[in-house]
Structure formats: structure tokens, C-alpha cells
Ligand binder design. Structure first.
Ligand code: HEC
Length: 210
């Protein structure tokens, strides 16, 4: 082995040497990270999506996998990364809406759909699944909830965020402030009421007028 190494040209030594170094550093990083992960009692990433597979929902989670939903969706770690993430859907929609969508996607969306809907769409089979199965899947999906501020949540995190304020000032047209209210203003009002004081955030339309 050493004899062979000595016969290599300098360039080859540098090349093989750096590849070996890279592999060593990678292994070392992996070991250190795993060690930190195993010896820490905190999770590496905060868990912000939740599920509660009670009864029918548990059966629904199995049906979700056996009916190939995972080829286009992801939920609770099952499925494709490329499709539509369904974790957190229970915080956006209730069971009635989810069931309505599964039965009659286009009318529920009120617009054209890509894969769900009548044949020959690829997910047309979904609406034709046995009623009891669709219901179990619906219950499963409605049990997938997420915390505010999670990527899959419909609402921003509670509390003040300079980043969100800056993005709103930059991108949200002024007219939106008249039509929509900022859900965070409600938080601030609630917090203010609790502390017996009014906060600047609680005023709608307190943008800087871009
Ligand atoms: C061929 C790909 C495909 C398959 C298979 C598929 N879906 Fe979908 N799903 C989509 C797409 C795309 C959308 C967005 C709506 C649309 O355009 O069809 C969607 C939307 C949804 C939504 C609404 C999400 C929302 O936030 O509005 C639900 C619920 C859903 N799918 C459940 C299922 C279930 C349950 C199955 C399996 C029984 C399934 N899907 C199989 C592609 C698929």
C-alpha cells in the first residue's frame, strides 16, 4: 500500500489525499452530529406539526398509504417531497371541507384542478373510493394540525416579527391594508388587553405608506 502510494505522481497524491480528507471530514461531522443529537434532550428541529391518530384516523392513515396518495402527497413523513404537503391541512380546513374536496374537488375549489376531478385526471379514482374509506381518510387528514408559524400553517407566528413587517411593507400593496386585516393585530390587541395597555401593532394600517 505504502509502496503504491510512493509511486504516485504529486498531482495524484494531492487528488487522492484531498478526496480521503473530504471523506474523513464527512464521517467526523456525521459522528459528531449524531452524538449531539443522541445526547441532547431537545429535538434537532422544533416539531410544529401534530397528529392524533385516534380510531378512524388511524385507519385513514393506512388507507392514505395503500391508496397511493403518497405518490403525489406527503403527510407524517410518508410520500413524495415533490407533491402537495398535507401535514397541517387540519389547521386550514375542517373535516366537512376535506370530505367535500375528496368527493367533488372542482366545485369545492371553485376552479379547475390539476389531478383531482373527473377522469381522465390522474387522481380521479380518489372520488370513487368506498364511502367509508373516504371518510376515514378525511378524518385522518383533519387530524393533521400545525402550530402557527410552521411552514404548513395558515397563519404567521404569534408575536412581533421584524422580518414579516419588512416583507409586508415591501410587497403588500396599500390597498390590501384596507381590504384585509393583519391577524397579528388581533394577537397584539389580545396581549394588550391582557396587559391593560394598547400597542402600536394593534392599529390596522400602520404601515409606512409605501
Ligand atoms: C396524481 C397525483 C395525485 C394523487 C394520486 C392524489 N392527489 Fe391529492 N392533490 C393532487 C393535486 C395536484 C392537488 C391540488 C388540487 C388539484 O389541482 O387537483 C391535490 C389536492 C388534494 C387535497 C386538497 C389540499 C388542499 O389544501 O386544498 C386533498 C385533501 C388531497 N389532495 C387528498 C388526496 C388523497 C386522500 C389522495 C389519495 C386517496 C390523493 N389526494 C391522491 C394530486 C394528487
Amino acid at each position: 500500500m505504502w509502496q503504491k502510494w510512493k509511486r504516485l505522481k504529486t498531482g495524484e497524491k494531492v487528488l487522492f489525499g484531498s478526496v480521503a480528507l473530504l471523506i474523513l471530514v464527512t464521517i467526523q461531522n456525521y459522528v459528531v452530529l449524531e452524538w449531539i443529537r443522541m445526547s441532547s434532550d431537545k429535538p434537532m428541529y422544533p416539531v410544529r406539526t401534530h397528529y392524533d391518530f385516534a380510531g378512524e384516523g388511524f385507519r385513514g392513515s393506512e388507507l392514505f398509504r395503500t391508496n397511493n396518495c403518497t405518490s403525489c402527497h406527503k403527510a407524517v413523513g410518508n410520500g413524495t417531497n415533490m407533491g402537495l404537503e398535507l401535514d397541517g391541512i387540519g389547521s386550514r380546513h375542517d373535516l366537512a371541507y376535506i370530505l367535500a374536496f375528496l368527493h367533488d374537488p372542482e366545485n369545492t375549489y371553485g376552479s379547475k384542478t390539476v389531478d383531482h376531478g373527473p377522469a381522465p385526471k390522474e387522481a380521479s379514482y380518489v372520488a370513487k373510493l368506498p364511502e367509508a374509506d373516504l371518510h376515514a381518510i378525511g378524518v385522518f387528514l383533519s387530524q393533521l394540525t400545525s402550530d402557527r408559524g410552521a411552514p404548513t400553517a395558515p397563519a404567521p407566528p404569534t408575536g412581533k416579527s421584524g422580518f414579516i413587517d419588512a416583507m409586508l411593507d415591501m410587497w403588500a400593496p396599500d390597498s390590501w391594508r384596507l381590504v384585509f386585516s393583519d391577524v397579528r393585530a388581533g394577537d397584539a390587541a389580545k396581549a394588550g388587553a391582557a396587559n391593560g395597555q394598547r400597542t402600536e401593532d394593534a392599529k390596522p394600517g400602520s404601515g409606512n405608506g409605501h
